[in-house]
Design a protein around this ligand. Structure first.
Ligand SMILES: Cc1ncc(COP(=O)(O)O)c(C=O)c1O
Length: 329
């Protein structure tokens, strides 16, 4: 089958390395774990977001946009990557960020400001209508003669999903070269673009492996619905010959902990131990919680020693800075 890869810019440093993680006590003994280092896709334009933004920015340029509008939490990695990307492409950016406390100009938000982004803050309770808010902002911008391009949360729409369809092909090539049979790919799950891209990409390249999303954000049951809708929309928009059965969508619940972007002491202890044993930065909101969840599944025998696992490291390291005091209380 001819695969209709959409046009894309080339901004991410790819292929990212696939590394074996061994000899560290934080991972239960005998497990065969590989890290796909998408934290290394770039410095500011880093993590999983830039893979999706390469496609979305290409479309924005095609439409002659002069300002990128997007949204997320105060510490959104996606918003930061969008702001830096806009700066790199000579565009403006407008970020609609949600949260409840007075935001500290730290971590990602600090980088948003440095990149020259205009930021509008909204309370969390208004985030349900964020798409509407972005549309209102876009009308306002158009009335001032601007040409905005709206990117949804996390860059997770059918075009953005291609970032991880392509990444699945990249990973398949790497595992084939190493002659590895991978049983599971584990990733943090939020706006679901990463998950859906891996899911579709694995099918398109004939890779039989489970794609496991660890919910770090939502109430149970919502993520499966979100994934299903995004899979469906992507498959139908690009007329892909892929069937998605609901039972193949594997979402793990139980690791949101105290809530989105909030941490339990055991998670912070885990992150500290992981970083001190590997020199690899994982973050408190996404990769730290997902890695904590995956290791817990190993300890409970729900992932077995027979299985070979890839943990997709989706970046997010700047998120460590705003919570630095919590690590040493
Ligand atoms: C560092 C990091 N990892 C994982 C995710 C989750 O990816 P997705 O939104 O595609 O589900 C995000 C999304 O915000 C993120 O910033």
């Amino acid at each position: 089958m001819r695969i209709p890869f959409p046009k894309s810019l080339k901004l991410a440093q790819t292929p990212t390395p696939l590394e074996k993680l061994e000899g560290i006590s934080i991972i239960p003994e005998g497990y065969r774990l590989y890290l796909k280092r998408d934290d290394l896709t770039g410095f500011g334009l880093s993590g999983n977001k830039i893979r999706k933004l390469e496609l979305l920015a290409c479309e924005a340029l095609k439409r002659k946009a002069d300002i990128l509008v997007t949204c997320g939490g105060f510490q959104s990695n996606h918003a930061r990557a969008t702001a830096l990307l806009a700066a790199r492409l000579g565009l403006k950016s407008m970020l609609v960020l949600f949260g409840d406390e007075e935001p500290e100009i730290e971590g990602n938000l600090f980088l948003d400001k440095l990149s020259g982004a205009e930021v509008r803050f909204i309370p969390s309770r208004e985030y349900d209508r964020v798409e509407r808010i972005m549309e209102e902002i876009s009308s306002e911008l158009r009335s001032k003669g601007k040409n905005p391009y709206v990117i949804p949360e996390g860059g997770s729409n059918p075009l953005g999903v291609w970032g991880y369809i392509k990444a699945a092909f990249e990973m398949k090539k790497q595992v084939d070269k190493l002659n590895l049979k991978i049983d599971k790919i584990v990733t943090a799950l939020s706006s679901a673009g990463t998950y859906c891209g891996l899911f579709i990409g694995a099918k398109l390249c004939g890779w039989e492996t489970d794609i496991i999303g660890i919910n770090v954000r939502f109430l149970p049951s919502y993520p499966v619905q979100k994934i299903y809708t995004l899979l469906d929309n992507t498959i139908s928009k690009y007329k892909l010959k892929v069937k998605s059965k609901e039972k193949e969508i594997k979402v793990i619940e139980g690791y949101v902990g105290r809530g989105y972007a909030l941490n339990r002491v055991e998670e912070l202890d885990f992150i500290k131990a992981f970083i001190s044993q590997t020199g690899v930065l994982i973050d408190p909101v996404y990769t730290g919680k997902a890695m904590y969840g995956m290791v817990d599944l190993m300890k409970k025998g729900k992932i077995t020693k027979k299985e070979k696992v890839i943990f997709l490291h989706t970046g997010g390291g700047f998120g460590l800075f705003p919570v630095k005091d919590k690590f040493f209380q």
